[in-house]
Design a protein. Structure first.
Length: 580
């Protein structure tokens, strides 16, 4: 029997290797380029039993050998191989990716794809467990119905109603669990809209039991969609927001104030995370809505009556305000950051280290980020003081966020601390500034002990980029071969970041790192110990030209202008060099 999923993955891979379009392959196989949709269906395993003649024509067109087809004709990739992801071949990884319908899998690096598939394997194991336990309550329902029959014989109709209502609810719960399992199966294949529809049906199925139940259940189920969006960058987060709004439509604030406030808090988190990931006016609007939702929650959750919920909401409010402030220029942006600082400091009145150590550390880290944002925007002694406060907040967070107990959070805070130390160092002259930059480099290198490329590729690339910035600042302050070597190390860190920050998967970050390379290569060309200024400037020109392929003048005018001015300066430097 033909494994259509494996065959689909093979077609897609071989067509990519041959650099053929679907139209071209359709012409070769069917004699009609307009049948590209049929090729698409085959590549996405939508044809349950492809005709053997079609299979043979595809093999001929793509030079697929009998040896390559043998395992596809014999058996499917087994579920047992989900436990062998670290050692699977690239071909098997791509076949697994096709089974999970992972978009863009063929463009992922091996390590990124392995990490993605490990997450999918965990979802698969959870799905198997759900399926195995679905019928656990059937015995209980049978017992309830037997008891109802006995009550009917005794003409105890009130007891009959009570028992049948319990059985009805239990049967609804079983059906709901089946639907939730279906939704998780849809999410394994990244079918978020289908999952949303199924989960909405789950919530509505409880309406006969309690008119408020659908809203309550929506608030429980939205996290399934939110978590998928958070992990995979899907539209799960937007669908989570939609589910929360549907719940709020059935929750009158006056009758259910706490449930209403919880829903508003969930809405604020979903909006803020979407806003953080969304550029331009749309992202700004999402963040503004998140702030509004948080402020609405504070009407219900007061510090006096609900101190922990109040502090949690203030922390969420601070996050939304901080993101708003970082995107807003001028005094308005500074005011938003100041509001964020005030929100975090208020939360710390409840989230003390003694009573709530984890929340205290999280809020300290968030406070440090907001203070750093203020400090960057503020000149003179006041700005320096704000940066010093940021460093203090990060170091406080590290008292709880230790590498042993909270390794990922520890790495995050080390990275943030490195940023604040670097900002301090660039503002400070002499040996003290040099020492602060060295501390920043140490913090970034510490973060990289946890943020490895294999386990945390995106964070690893971000930290490599930040490390490059700090090394470049060090190099510019250091004379002689040591300074030139630091600048060379900065370029090495940037190039490492580009192993993950590819133009295809992360175009803006790729362009940012290319611009950093251009700046650093230009700095190297001007250094007193540069071995070859002309080569450094040529490398700078290549990097800035690469950045300009992303920084277009219409959608990224600020970055386009910055890169264009740098390019002009590099060309002027090249023109000023003596002939080789």
């Amino acid at each position: 029997m033909l494994d259509v999923t494996a065959f689909a993955a093979l077609i897609k891979r071989k067509r990519g290797e041959a650099r053929l379009t679907q139209e071209t392959l359709a012409q070769d196989v069917f004699g009609d380029s307009a049948r590209k949709a049929d090729i698409s269906r085959l590549e996405n395993a939508k044809v349950a039993n492809p005709q053997e003649a079609t299979v043979q024509k595809i093999c001929t067109a793509l030079n697929i050998s009998a040896a390559e087809m043998e395992p596809i004709r014999q058996s499917r990739l087994s579920a047992a191989q989900l436990d062998q992801i670290p050692t699977l071949s690239r071909k098997d990884l791509q076949t697994l990716a096709a089974m999970f319908e992972i978009v863009g899998a063929f463009d992922m690096g091996d390590e990124e794809l392995r990490g993605y598939l490990e997450d999918k394997a965990n979802e698969y194991r959870a799905l198997r467990q759900q399926i195995a336990t679905m019928d656990d309550t059937i015995t209980e329902i049978a017992q309830l119905k037997d008891a109802a029959e006995d009550a009917a014989k005794a003409l105890d109709f009130a007891e009959v109603e009570k028992l049948l209502a319990s059985a009805d609810f239990a049967e609804t719960a079983i059906n709901a669990q089946t639907k939730i399992t279906r939704a998780n199966n849809a999410l394994i294949r990244n079918r978020t809209e289908q999952a949303f529809d199924i989960l909405a049906a789950v919530a509505d199925s409880f309406r006969s039991s309690d008119p408020m139940a659908p809203a309550q259940i929506r608030l429980q189920l939205e996290d399934i969609l939110y978590s998928h969006g958070l992990r995979y960058g899907s539209d799960g987060m937007a669908l989570s927001e939609r589910m929360i709004r549907d719940a709020l439509a059935d929750l009158p604030k006056e009758e259910t104030p706490q449930l209403w406030a919880d829903a508003q808090n969930s809405l604020a988190v979903a909006l803020a995370n979407q806003g953080t990931r969304t550029d331009g006016p749309k992202g700004a609007d999402l963040l503004a809505e998140a702030v509004t939702a948080c402020r609405a929650v504070l009407d219900v959750y007061t510090q006096h009556d609900y101190p922990e919920q109040w502090a949690t909401t203030l922390n969420n409010l601070g996050n939304a305000l901080q993101e708003q402030g970082s995107r807003t220029d001028g005094l308005k942006g500074a005011d938003l950051l100041a509001e964020a600082v005030s929100a975090y400091r208020a939360a710390l009145e409840v989230f003390t280290r003694q009573d709530h150590p984890v929340q205290w550390a999280t809020t300290q880290n968030n406070l440090g980020n907001a203070l750093r944002g203020q400090g960057i925007r503020t000149d003179g002694l006041k700005g320096a003081d704000l940066l010093a406060q940021a460093v203090t907040a990060f170091r406080a967070a590290l008292e709880v966020r230790t590498r042993q107990d909270h390794p990922v959070q520890w790495a995050t805070t080390q990275n943030n601390l490195g940023g604040a130390l670097r900002n301090q160092g660039t503002r400070t002259d002499g040996p003290k500034g040099t020492d602060l930059l060295a501390q920043a480099v140490t913090a970034y290198r510490a973060a990289l002990d946890v943020y490895t490329r294999q386990d945390h590729p995106v964070d690893w690339a971000m930290t490599q980029n930040n490390l490059g910035n700090a090394l470049g600042d060090q190099g510019n302050r250091t004379n002689g071969p040591k300074g030139a070597n630091l600048l060379a190390q900065a370029v090495t860190a940037y190039r490492a970041a580009l192993e993950v920050r590819t133009r295809q998967d992360h175009p803006v970050q790729w362009a940012t790192t290319q611009l950093n390379i251009a700046l650093t290569q230009r700095d190297l060309s001007r250094h007193d110990s540069c071995p070859d200024p002309h080569a450094a400037l040529e490398a700078a020109l290549v990097a800035v030209d690469d950045a300009l392929t992303v920084y277009d003048p219409d959608h990224m005018s600020y970055d386009h202008g910055t890169a264009t001015r740098l390019r002009d300066a590099i060309l002027a430097d090249i023109a000023a060099l003596p002939p080789e």
